[in-house]
Design a protein around this ligand. Sequence first.
Ligand SMILES: [Zn+2]
Length: 287
Amino acid sequence: MMDETTVVIRARGLVAEVKPTEIPVPIEAYLNHVGATLRVEDDLEEDEAGFSFQSNGKWYIGVNGNDREERQRFTICHELAHIVLQLPSEHKASPWWSYMKRPKTEILCDVFAAELLLPFRLFQPLAEGMAISFTSIDELAARFMASRTATGSRFATVIKAPCAFVLSEQGKVRYAARSTSLREASAWIPPRRDIPAGSVSGRLRAGEKNLVAEAIDAEDWFNDWDRGGTLMEEARYHSEWDQTLTLLSFEDEEIPPPSWAPPRLSEEDELLPELDGVLRFKSKKGR
Ligand SMILES: [Zn+2]
């Protein structure tokens, strides 16, 4: 079975060959490079986003013409993934919008599609310069003509600050995209765990209104977390699909050090003379 890293490398290889420079990225360039012909279909079922097939040695991609353009772009890139990675479609298992019981190959094709739509070289510098918020994600999604979900996952993955973007369905986590810094700190949000009841995400789903962002203990979201710290949590709830999108970041964009490690002097502390012989450390405990 192919893994996610391989998929990302293959996708970035294709992006490097096509070298898109415009935003939004022109999808035709990818289609031409792969040698696939696009057919916009107007009679597909509402839940059928697209398909691909080979005929007389030529690849065709069908896309649901009734979907919004942003959705069509994602579908085309997803189908390109099936062709390039030679992964068979399993579109009958669940509708395109659902993450429940989504087959692994379909998730891998989504990862590939996000790499094509939001190329690292174009997306990362823009994301890095923006505040960690849904406002930034929505702005980038509009610019790149990508979905909020794909853009949010990509946003959390590429920025340097500790950040996670979580997609939950029916109250359970389905997918959590994390920045490298969070992954290195083992800040783990396991799939299928329940959304924390007292969180913004949990309360929005429970019907609370006028709730956007709030602080929450990091241990409420991360499994076996003993570093303490406070997260800023922002969330959006889509009742039609019972889906919750959650954006998590550390208040001061810094992960507290592990509890077992010796405290590290900050540059500021090192410059100060020891006035009373007692070393002082910046403590994050007194929240
Ligand atoms: Zn597929």
